[in-house]
Design a protein around this ligand. Structure first.
Ligand SMILES: NC(=O)C1=CN([C@@H]2O[C@H](COP(=O)(O)OP(=O)(O)OC[C@H]3O[C@@H](n4cnc5c(N)ncnc54)[C@H](O)[C@@H]3O)[C@@H](O)[C@H]2O)C=CC1
Ligand SMILES: CC(=O)C(=O)O
Ligand SMILES: [Mg+2]
Length: 602
């Protein structure tokens, strides 16, 4: 299959750097009714009189929003409030999120997005992305033409067939592309109107959903893998036809390996569950291995869960071990993957899925190990990874054994949302006497614990979630105009993350940077992704190759959407325009911004 013909190195693509015209706000949100707009902007936009008179500052708006959020009693109510805010005032939404990442990320992403997806057809309020159905095949390009924004740079696509650890949720999975793309904007500054959440309505194997009168997808059973391939072939071509060079991120497909192999060399695409997760856990493991004091060759890793995320993570760590001097066979031999049938071995008797074959053990002497307990006792691992969707399976007993065998065991219960986490942070800390090196997929609170030596201290959990890298992989691919997302670009994102800890974060024992620094971390991740694209010669923005790192960081930063400066830029732009027309003389302050107005009258 040839790369879609319209994509070539000569082809121009939407320029991320170009600010959207001030009338072109993120769709479908409309910031024209922002209560911060001074009166001359309201007059210009003909919204004067349509909002309360006082032109407010951000602090006032923020106070009101946080107070309103506080009035919402349930996580879903808070999720809905924030969705409505994003629709009504996109810049205010992102100002709030970037200022309160720790508090708000769990509400717009995991864990709350999980419940939102489970109840999507019940809580649905407004269009926020595109839905494409099997029945639309043959016409996907014309349906995609309906998307109102002209300059899409990135899309996140799911078919809803494995949403977090919650199973097949059909089109209810739409919360995931919306949530992930909101993080692309909040964490890496990809403009909101350049993002396209996309959900494929290819049927669902979830009978309860198909029988739910409120379910908003088609009632058909899941299409076959061959039909899915036919649909995706048309979709990839149609997306690239409308937006040449668009970055396409696959998310939460039940078996995403075939699509990744089929499209990875033809389009600028990556799979977040295999590659993004692999990279983010690589970042945490590089730091944890260093801290464990054990050399790579002495580590033994048990992976509970051998699906897209499990295999994606194991592959990245094999690469790390090889870069640390081990042969591929030596590196691979450190891994023991477990699925529903037990330890993955070559002679287990069932036909292994292709993606598991590489890790199938050959050294079991015909013995099979069915349960996690059996595998753990057999291996005595130093690393325990959970990517199984099975909440609570890392029992206190297993954790205590990990602590008996290791000075600093790596405990990574990575399944989402929180209810599916293989253990919680407090359980891990208590049962390893505070010695575990911990990261989970969904956030857990800090905990205070007194260990057996009588020392009381606060322990900080790591959040090993692909949200730390996918924003930078996406932005790096966009800005370098990469024709492909290569393995080196993925590895570079995880390695960059591992190097992003400050001395203070190292002192606190963190494996990942503090979430509040994610925008600055994303710049470094983006730069390293771009450098890897340059080394692999898949970048089309070749002029950037001569920039040094400081220049490149500044260049990246200047291209990141910043909701805080966005509104002021709008004010300056309209103010100068109107002044030059002699229409109005808005009050221009020393830095060129109009001052806040009070009770403006016509
Ligand atoms: N922290 C993060 O950034 C990420 C976390 N995840 C989480 O990882 C989990 C798995 O995701 P995928 O690998 O994409 O799903 P998947 O469906 O491809 O794989 C799940 C694996 O778990 C195994 N499994 C399920 N039930 C089991 C049981 N009772 N006993 C033993 N093994 C069992 C399956 O055999 C399969 O190998 C999900 O909860 C997801 O939310 C996924 C991607 C990123
Ligand atoms: C985080 C993520 O991608 C997942 O749980 O599937
Ligand atoms: Mg996912």
């Amino acid at each position: 299959m040839a790369r879609y013909p319209q994509v070539s190195t000569q082809q121009a693509r939407p320029v991320h750097a170009t600010p959207a015209p001030f009338v072109n706000h993120a769709s479908p949100a409309d910031a024209n009714y922002d209560t911060a707009n001074p009166s001359y902007i309201r007059k210009y936009l003909r919204t004067y009189g349509l909002t309360p008179p006082r032109a407010e500052g951000y602090e006032t708006q923020k106070t009101r929003c946080l107070a309103q959020l506080g009035l919402k009693n349930t996580p879903i109510d808070k999720f809905l409030y924030l969705s409505t805010l994003r629709k009504n005032n996109v810049h205010l939404f992102y100002r709030l999120v970037t200022d309160h990442l720790r508090e708000l990320t769990p509400l717009i992403y995991t864990p709350v997005v999980g419940e939102a997806c489970q109840r999507w057809s019940e809580i649905y309020q407004q269009p926020e992305g595109m839905y494409l159905s099997w029945e639309d095949r043959g016409n996907l390009a014309s349906v995609i033409a309906n998307w109102p924004q002209p300059n899409v740079e990135i899309t996140c696509i799911t078919d809803g067939s494995r949403i977090l650890g919650l199973g097949d949720l059909g089109i209810n999975g739409m919360g995931i592309p919306i949530g992930k793309l909101a993080l692309y904007t909040a964490c890496a500054g990809i403009r909101p109107e350049a993002t396209l959440p996309l959900t494929l309505d290819l049927g669902t194997g979830n009978k309860a959903l198909r029988e739910d009168p409120l379910y908003m997808g088609s009632r058909r059973d899941k299409i076959s893998p061959e039909e899915e391939r036919e649909f995706l072939d048309e979709l990839m071509a149609a997306l690239t036809e409308r937006w040449p060079g668009i970055v396409i991120q696959f998310e939460d497909f039940k078996n995403p390996f075939p699509a990744l192999e089929r499209y990875r060399d033809l389009y600028t695409c990556f799979n977040d569950d295999i590659q993004g997760t692999g990279a983010v856990i690589l970042g945490g493991v590089i730091n944890a291995v260093k801290r464990s004091g054990l050399p790579c060759k002495d580590h033994r890793a048990v992976f509970f869960g051998a699906g897209s995320a499990g295999v994606g993570v194991a592959r990245q760590i094999v690469e790390f071990f090889m870069r640390e001097g081990m042969t591929e066979d030596e590196a691979r031999n450190c891994f023991y993957l477990v699925d529903t049938k037990g330890l993955v071995t070559a002679d287990r008797g069932d036909k292994l899925a292709d993606h598991k074959v590489y890790f199938a053990r050959q050294d079991n002497n015909g013995e099979q190990f069915k349960t996690l307990d059996e595998v753990v006792d057999h291996v005595k691992p130093s690393i325990l990874m959970g990517l199984s969707t099975m909440g609570g399976v890392f029992t206190p007993e297993i954790l205590r054994k990990m602590a008996d065998w290791n000075t600093a065991p790596l405990i990574f219960p990575l399944s989402n949302p929180s209810s599916k986490s293989e253990c919680d942070f407090e359980t891990a800390v208590k049962n390893t006497d505070g010695r575990c090196l911990f990261a989970s997929g969904s956030p857990f609170p800090n905990c205070t614990f007194t260990n057996s030596a009588g020392e009381t201290r606060t322990y900080y959990p790591g959040q090993g979630n692909n949200m730390y890298v996918f924003p930078g992989i996406g932005l790096g691919s966009i800005l370098s105009k990469a024709v492909r997302v290569t393995d080196s670009m993925i590895y570079a994102s995880g390695e960059a993350l591992s190097q992003a800890l400050t001395p203070e974060e190292l002192e606190r024992g963190l494996l990942y940077p503090d979430i509040t620094r994610i925008r600055e971390v994303s710049i470094v991740v983006t730069r390293k992704v771009m450098r890897a694209a340059q080394e692999d010669k898949v970048d089309r923005e070749t002029a950037l190759r001569t920039m040094n790192d400081v220049e490149m960081d500044n260049w990246i930063k200047a291209r990141m959407y910043d909701p805080h400066t966005e509104v002021r830029a709008l004010e300056r732009e309209v103010g100068h325009l109107l002044s030059s027309l002699g229409t109005i003389s808005p009050p221009i302050t020393a830095n060129g911004s109009p001052t806040e107005e009070k009770n403006a009258k016509l």
